[in-house]
Design a protein around this ligand. Structure first.
Ligand code: ADP
Ligand code: ZN
Length: 206
């Protein structure tokens, strides 16, 4: 199964993708995670991506497309993939058609006013990449899953979040029309408990 998770920043793509990729046994490929790991390792791609990410802007299409093309050529993608955070522009979607066309696109819909509080309260584990909301954490700095250190991402600060939301509406939301047009889009309500969103996603794939 070749799957795409679409949705605004903070919709819960990463959380849901983790559950669905285990269930369907396809690799969870998050371009955001790939860039953060490239930045940590100071690779050329990482250095190039960082200045865009820090400003809440998209990394240029050519950089992302090359990275995804290489990743999808790896052995573990033989039975499919679950892409989280890609494509984010129509140009990326068109490039993906020439690499490995998706079977279905899950659009996780959440109203803008809910996203701001989700993102400002988001903490990410530096070790297992899990994401959590501060309101549900006993200790704001310790991952409840693996004990790793929780980080407040630089791009989860209020000014950058506003920018990311506007970038989403301008550049990524047009993909809803793109994938509706080719009959692949399935929209689920992301403004629910995570376990219910997961159920809705799996049901939409039956
Ligand atoms: P979010 O929580 O907003 O979904 P991600 O972790 O997916 O965040 O991405 C973080 C940042 O990485 C984005 O704001 C963007 O700068 C960059 N990025 C990730 N995926 C892409 C992509 N497909 N195209 C361009 N930039 C991307
Ligand atoms: Zn962890």
């Amino acid at each position: 199964m070749k799957l795409i998770f679409l949705g605004p920043p903070g919709a819960g793509k990463g959380t849901q993708a983790t559950g669905v990729s285990t269930k369907l046994n396809v690799p969870h490929i998050s371009t955001g995670d790939m860039f953060r790991s490239a930045i940590k390792n100071r690779t050329r791609t990482g250095l190039e991506a960082q200045r865009y990410m820090d400003n809440g802007q998209l990394v240029p299409d050519s950089v992302v497309i090359d990275m995804v093309r290489e990743r999808l050529a790896m052995d573990d993608c033989k039975n499919g993939y679950l892409l989280d955070g890609f494509p984010r522009t129509v140009e990326q979607a068109e490039a993906l058609e020439g690499i490995a066309s998706p079977d279905a696109v899950i659009n996780i819909a959440v109203p803008d006013e809910r996203l701001l509080s989700r993102l400002t309260g988001r903490r990410v584990c530096g070790k297992c990449q899990g994401t959590f909301h501060v309101s549900k954490l006993a200790d704001e700095k310790v991952c409840p899953v693996c004990g790793g250190e929780l980080i407040h991402r630089d791009d989860d600060k209020p000014e950058t979040i506003k920018k990311r939301l506007s970038v989403y509406h301008d550049q990524t939301a047009p993909l809803i029309g793109y994938y509706t047009g080719n009959g692949k889009l399935k929209t689920v309500d992301g403004d629910n408990r995570p376990e219910d969103v997961l159920k809705a996603i799996l049901a939409s794939l039956e």
